[in-house]
Design a binder for this molecule. Structure first.
Ligand code: PEP
Ligand code: MG
Length: 753
């Protein structure tokens, strides 16, 4: 009779009973035993068992009602063994009328499981990861109804929260269970922005796990859910209307809108609140199920869809929490954890509190890393599974020097890290002192040290580092962090501010270098199999002359009759440069017709990034006012190794005879024709590489701001003639990297590296 009553009262009453037992004063194991008993009774099942996953991956029976008690903490299944293994592997429920018939069924004598046929098991999901399973069984070949599956999932979710929330503390066997990661972990990713930071994890857009799982008033929760969904749809409609989208970006948002109206998603949420959860808990539960289901999907389209659902869930949770879109609270030493960040996301955080950034995905040219570098905060990316390994508030170290993330580091690791950070701060203080010292080698060669920039926030670095100007202003960054194409007025305004901040110092504007991996959501572009070799940079500019001319108009107008330096990216033929320069001349003529002063002097240059130009410098150089070697791209094309693919990008060393000889030939051709030449790839900012460049004969280097200090210290300690003499024989070598040999040479010459 009592069983009946419980079953009829439904999951809300059951959940309350579970909570009472868990909060009670019994020993942890006794409480768990009680809980499975209550669940079995409520579901009118003869068996209810709880399995949790150990660190080894084995699933261990933690409590049972109906199976033999001796099997508890004895029965263990391998990660892929049995029906329980199947649930965990697939991350979804298994509902069987005749379990022993199932191919994965594995009989364990010690449990006395033999006579049970009907089987319903659901995964225990934490952060989308299955960490165990909850199973009910019946002797007869009964069919569990859809709402019973729902109920068991709700119970599983509540159990996970309780166990992870520490309600079973004291249960010895729990120590080794993967409830929430608690051990220190070292993850190796990719360096996106240099620097070191120690702080606490803040999960981006991850609203804190719902505080309240069980609804006091289900009808009210249903109303809240419906109102939230309504607001969500309105927000998306507004986003679509506000941005006048076309092409792919419209399609993306349209798909997003479709998901917001998706009946299945809406229904699952409703089922959640009807089973007694709060609206927030229902969103979390449905999200966990989606994650588990899609996580195994290989298909990139499906994985993207998961991201759409995740974003929707985040948005909905923010709405339910009453947060205005964009509100962001941070502790003082926040390390932001995200899968990836959109163009404006990072800009919404308080820069003074943000100490570091860890991303699951991204690349060195993704929005987040560009902005992180501009903010001067270290960023490490390509850390798959990061968010599941961290809880809000976990201590974290971001090591932007080595590209590592240390989660929950031990005290001695923190100490070692802090002393490294102190050494770094000391070095910075030394660079600070050198800020106003001109970079002259010991034998009197003046080296010009310039910095690379792309956003307004970079401009502070001019004074902070003592850079002598901007050798590369990447104009596409303004386009990349914007939600829509910057108009002529916005482009002109930015260029004016850059020129004002630079004052007498020269600025070289590089025209749009889009395409490749720098894609804009609002600019339609076809998918290409080989984007790095595709429709990018000046190729795009020449095919869309209106876009390029608009930009040239903006820089010409910003110069207001003063000096203007413009260069074109990825020039591959002399003809391309000629055509680009002609567009520039047309714009000068256009300005003249309107009575505007022409820039004076106007210097037009080419970036040397395509190896083809190396064999046509005799034709190119007389047409240019200067050249700048973009070694990031030149090396990728020279070695045919994608600069963004970590598997190959560090496979070939620029400090090797073929690469250095290529650079030497450029330097020699420029010296012979009197063409000013600079190097503006990342390597110009690393002391050893800069040492080699100076030895080759380069005297203008443009680099990330953080490189100026260390490179200047190196320049001051070097004798260029001795370096040249020392490097020459090394260039003749037949081997690959000559990094060690160059380092030995530098040390022999007492160069400060
Ligand atoms: C380069 O390729 O070296 C360069 C400076 O341009 P970017 O890194 O912007 O492609
Ligand atoms: Mg380039």
């Amino acid at each position: 009779m009592a069983d009946r009553v419980l079953a009829v009262r439904g999951p809300r009453s059951l959940l309350r009973q579970i909570r009472e037992v868990m909060a009670g004063g019994d020993a942890a194991q006794a409480r768990l035993d009680q809980v499975v008993k209550i669940i079995a009774r409520s579901m009118v099942a003869e068996v209810c068992s709880l399995y949790l996953r150990r660190a080894s991956g084995d699933m261990e029976l933690f409590a049972t009602e109906g199976l033999k008690r001796e099997a508890v903490h004895v029965t263990r299944m391998g990660p892929n063994e049995g029906l329980v293994g199947e649930i965990v592997r697939l991350g979804r429920p298994l509902n069987l009328t005749d379990a022993p018939e199932h191919p994965s069924f594995s009989y364990r004598e010690e449990t006395g499981e033999d006579p049970f046929h009907a089987f319903l098991g659901v995964p225990l999901l934490r952060g989308g990861r299955p960490i165990g399973a909850l199973v009910v069984q019946n002797r007869t070949a009964r069919v569990y109804a859809e709402d019973e599956v729902e109920d068991l999932q709700t119970i599983a979710m509540v159990l996970v929260e309780m166990v992870a929330g520490g309600e079973l503390v004291g249960l010895a066997e729990l120590k080794d269970v993967e409830i929430a990661p608690h051990k220190p972990e070292r993850l190796i990713g990719a360096r996106f922005a240099d620097g070191l930071a120690f702080g606490v994890a803040v999960l981006h857009e991850q609203p804190v796990a719902p505080e309240k799982l069980l609804a006091d008033d289900s009808a009210l929760e249903e109303t809240r859910l419906h109102r939230g969904l309504q607001l969500l749809r309105e927000q998306i409609d507004e986003m679509m209307e506000g941005h006048h989208l076309v092409g792919q970006s419209f399609d993306v948002l349209e798909t997003y809108r479709m998901f917001a109206h998706d009946r299945g998603w809406n229904r699952s949420l409703e089922d959640g609140v009807r089973s007694g959860l709060t609206a927030e808990a229902a969103v979390e539960r449905v999200r966990s199920e989606h994650r588990a289901r899609f996580a195994a999907a290989r298909d990139p389209y499906l994985r993207e869809r998961l991201h759409d659902f995740e974003d929707l869930a985040d948005r909905l949770l923010r709405i339910l929490a009453g947060q205005a879109p964009g509100a962001r609270n941070l502790p003082d030493n926040a390390i932001l954890i995200a899968r990836n960040l959109g163009p404006a996301d990072l800009l919404e955080y308080d820069r003074t509190k943000l100490k570091g950034l860890l991303l699951e995905e991204g690349s060195t040219v993704s929005h987040a890393s560009i902005v992180a570098r501009a903010f001067g905060i270290p960023c490490v990316g390509r850390l798959p599974g990061l968010r599941d390994r961290l809880s809000q508030g976990d201590p974290v170290i971001v090591d932007g020097e080595t590209g590592e993330a240390l989660l929950r580091p031990r005290a001695d690791v923190i100490e070692a890290f802090q002393s490294r950070a102190a050494v770094r701060a000391q070095a910075r203080a030394e660079f600070d002192r050198l800020k106003d010292t001109p970079a002259v080698t010991k034998d009197g060669v003046r080296i010009t040290l310039l910095m690379n920039a792309g956003l307004e926030v970079d401009l502070d670095n001019l004074d902070m580092t003592g850079a002598e100007g901007i050798g590369l202003f990447r104009t596409e960054f303004q386009f990349m962090v914007a939600e829509q194409m910057p108009r002529l007025s916005a482009q002109t305004a930015l260029y004016k501010r850059v020129l004002e901040a630079a004052g007498d110092r020269p600025v070289t504007f590089r025209t749009l270098d889009l395409g490749g991996d720098k894609v804009l959501p609002y600019l339609e572009a076809e998918r290409e199999d080989n984007p790095a070799l595709g429709w990018r940079a000046i190729r795009m500019g020449l095919d869309r002359p209106a876009l390029l001319r608009l930009q040239l108009r903006a820089v010409i107008s910003a110069a207001q009759g003063r000096e203007l330096r413009v260069m074109f990216p990825l020039v591959s033929t002399v003809e391309e440069f000629r055509r680009a320069r002609a567009l520039c001349d047309q714009e000068i003529a256009w300005a003249a017709r309107r009575g505007r002063a022409a820039p004076n002097p106007l210097r037009v240059g080419a970036m040397i990034e395509a190896p083809s130009l190396l064999f046509h410098l005799d034709a190119l150089l007389p047409m240019t006012d200067f050249v700048s070697v973009g070694t990031n791209d030149l090396m990728q094309y020279l070695f045919a190794a994608d600069r963004g693919n970590p598997r190959v990008s560090e496979r070939y060393d620029p400090l090797s005879p073929p690469a250095l000889r290529a650079l030497q030939s450029i330097c020699e051709a420029c010296t012979a024709t009197g063409t000013p030449a600079s190097v503006c790839g990342e390597l110009a900012g690393r002391p050893l590489e800069a040492f080699a460049l100076i030895a080759l004969g380069f005297d203008r280097l443009s680099m990330p701001p953080a490189g100026i200090g260390p490179v200047k210290r190196m320049v001051l300690s070097v004798d260029r003639e001795a370096a040249r003499r020392g490097l020459a024989p090394l260039l003749k070598g037949a081997g690959g990297s000559i990094r060690n040999e160059i380092e030995t040479l530098a040390r022999k010459l007492n160069v400060a590296l």
